[in-house]
Design a protein around this ligand. Sequence first.
Ligand SMILES: [Zn+2]
Length: 276
Amino acid sequence: MPKPYVFEHRTRADAALLITCEHGGNSIPASYRALFAPYAELLASHRGFDAGALVMARSLAAVLGAPLLATKVSRLLVDLNRSVGHPRLHFGPLLALPALQRQRILARYYWPYRNCAGQLVSETIASCGHVIHLSCHSFTPVLDGKRRTADVGLLYDPARAGEKALCAFWKRTLKVLAPDLSVRRNYPYAGRGDGLTRWLRERHPPERYVGIELELNQKLVRGGVHRWAALREAVIASLETALAPCSRELGRPPLPPFGAHCAAWSRLAPAQGGAA
Ligand SMILES: [Zn+2]
């Protein structure tokens, strides 16, 4: 039986950063394999997992010295980036299972992950004053016949000033390092949509919690070893630069309230609004 989640503990004293990956793999625990036997192709597709997202998350965590929380269990069993009660929490055929069995899936694979994420966020806020949570995902280049144009998406809640300012600055930094990449904010999804970051926003105020989802186009993930490595390098280097004001301008822990970071990012890249 695979573990319900992967946790790799790394901390660098000057960054209150947490990396997570909710769609990191497509494994199915042994007791549910018979149920998924007819769906091998679906499991291997973007419906089963986010190709490349776990590699990206691990690389970010390793270089930036951040703790990593991830899963390798397929989102088709239970989607860790959906709320309980969401119609797509489970893959359709699972809805035919008795309620008790679905509750068992939640108890074994969903709540341990959510609770661990919640605890990590609370602990980091308690020790650092705030947390920057980066949730790593990837998206299929074509969905329902529609081609997605961006290479990288940065998802955030536009009503949270810190998230907006960090994404504006990160986007600008990424454009400098990799001018050929198309980077869009709140694309291909709205950052305020249902997910782990929204769940955490409901529990922590904007000056304590900054939740951003990184979305990578799978055409680059599958576009050859060099292209994929170059993308990871650009994402990591640009985030490191974007987070630099936190440590360079604001000093070592104890960190000041998040509003100070927000002001630093806003000075560096005035937010222009919109989802461009
Ligand atoms: Zn995802």
